[in-house]
Design a protein around this ligand. Structure first.
Ligand code: NAP
Length: 247
């Protein structure tokens, strides 16, 4: 990676898994670029990181469902940092649970797919040229629901199945160029996830003692990032150990 410090861009870095990932990568010496929509939250995460780890934390407010904003995010990263070694495609929103499809407002369908699907595509498209230059790592935060049907939140589940198919397909394209592509699939994590459309967060809903934490997911991302070429963590499932009890 040369003498200068490596650079990691994380979407959805204003809280939850994205903020935890930024903290772990900053602890490993990465300059971090924090993207999400809420500037005040990004600034607070950046201030903590700079105070705790002494590395630069750049705040770039970005809505990943806006492809021009995502292009600008990566241009800003290159201008400020000169390189990009790691991109974590993490921004995502959850769907309201158990809403009959004919009652689901079209806007809510789009709210999920614009961030989880379009946003992942725009981010991938924007970061790949820089990751090819650095032979860096592209990490997607998928989900348990990327691998199993979910009748309660079918749009969200489908968005993550899309992400999984996309991640592995992109691995086939970018791998020969030296880019590592990893997919991390957490099961329930007690974060603010779900609050936006559902009105109830996973933090409120889940039993904290029995779930995977945001820090656990961040450590899994770091494990993927640490792999030396030509190896990679293609996919890593981080499930609570009783997850398959229901089957
Ligand atoms: P969270 O605490 O709600 O964080 C979501 C992050 O995404 C926030 O930083 C949010 O910031 C950002 N975001 C949402 N829409 C965005 C948009 N259009 N543009 C840019 N940023 C956007 O949830 P989390 O649990 O950390 O979730 C992170 C990822 O993990 C998601 O992809 C989620 O699907 C996945 N995941 C979560 C769980 C879980 O149980 N929590 C399980 C499996 C997978 P702003 O609101 O400021 O934009």
């Amino acid at each position: 990676m040369g003498g200068e410090s490596p650079v990691a861009l994380i979407t959805g870095a204003s809280r939850g898994i994205g903020a935890a990932t930024a903290r772990v990568l900053a602890g490993e010496g990465y300059t971090v670029v924090l993207a999400a929509r809420t500037e005040s939250d990004l600034r607070s995460v950046a201030a903590d990181i700079e105070a705790d780890h002494g590395v630069p934390a750049h705040v770039v407010p970005t809505d990943v469902s806006d492809h021009e904003a995502v292009t600008a995010l990566v241009e800003t990263t290159r201008e400020r940092c000169g390189r990009l070694d790691v991109a974590v495609v993490n921004a995502g929103v959850g769907e309201r649970q158990d809403v009959p499809l004919d009652d689901l407002p079209i806007e809510e369908y789009h709210a999920v797919t614009r961030t989880n699907v379009d946003g992942a595509f725009y981010t991938t498209r924007a970061v790949l040229p820089a990751l090819r230059e650095s032979e860096g790592t592209l990490v997607y935060v998928g989900s348990y629901m990327a691998k199993y049907p979910n009748t309660s939140t079918p749009i969200y589940a489908a968005s993550k199945w899309w992400l999984r198919g996309f991640a592995h397909s992109i691995a086939g394209r970018a791998g020969p160029d030296g880019v590592a592509v990893s997919l991390i699939n957490p099961s329930g994590v007690p974060t603010a996830f779900g609050e936006e459309l559902r009105g109830e967060s996973n933090e409120q809903r889940l039993n904290h003692d029995a779930v995977v934490s945001a820090a656990d997911v961040a450590d899994a991302v770091a494990t993927a990032v640490e792999q030396d070429a030509p190896g990679t963590v293609a996919e890593l499932d981080l499930f609570r150990r009783d997850i398959h009890e229901r089957f």
